[in-house]
Design a protein around this ligand. Structure first.
Ligand code: GRF
Length: 192
């Protein structure tokens, strides 16, 4: 029987990747099933909140600064995500290190702006730009308790040209993110 596919997107910042997912999937059909996007953020001032509202989606805000510990926040985050009955959970610029309290309950995928396993963690774009390598890139991988280390689902390369600046390279990375992530999401949703 056809039912809705619930796509839960976690974000912390500008939300440009959230927006590409909303545009591509919200109220669109994958086979017989209509996708519904839900948005969750840990930052009450995240730019992505306004973007989501523009599409009629009211993000759930769980301000991590109001929790006594990382574990308590992760517990509440897992409860919140589970309550949305997700078919797929996507971290799109969700800037939190997650504990097993979350990762053992919720299966999720993450977008990371480098060619993992290189340049895990924060400031990956800058680190790869300064590495001396001639390519950087983008990875979508499964989330585990170990930071940026789960199974790689897909990757795309971005050339680092001599004329590139950190700004132009960052733009190229974002452009690639905006197609790679939705492509992986479509593949996963179609396989459900
Ligand atoms: C992306 O570059 C993502 O890879 C990184 O944070 C950025 C989020 O951008 N982890 P946005 O909020 O989706 O615009």
């Amino acid at each position: 029987m056809a039912h809705t596919l619930n796509l839960v997107v976690l974000f912390s910042g500008k939300g440009s990747n959230l927006e590409t997912l909303i545009e591509r999937f919200h109220h669109k059909k994958i086979g017989e099933r209509e996708v519904r996007v839900f948005a969750v953020t840990n930052r009450p001032n995240a730019g992505g909140i306004a973007r989501a509202r523009h599409y009629g989606i009211e993000p759930i805000v769980l301000d991590h600064t109001l929790f006594a510990s990382r574990e308590e926040f992760d517990e509440m985050l897992a409860d919140t995500v589970a309550s949305l009955r997700p078919d797929l959970v996507v971290m799109a610029g969700f800037m939190r290190i997650l504990t097993p309290r979350f990762t053992e309950r919720i299966e999720a995928i993450n977008l990371h702006p480098s060619l993992l396993p290189l340049f895990r963690g924060t400031r990956a774009i800058e680190k790869s730009f300064k590495s001396g390598m001639k390519v950087g890139g983008v990875t979508v991988h499964r989330v585990t308790a170990e930071l940026d280390s789960g199974e790689i689902l897909d990757q795309a390369c971005v050339k680092i040209e001599p004329i590139d600046t950190i700004e132009s390279f960052t733009e190229k990375i974002h452009r690639v993110e905006h197609t790679l992530l939705p492509d992986v999401v479509e593949r996963l949703l179609s396989s459900l």
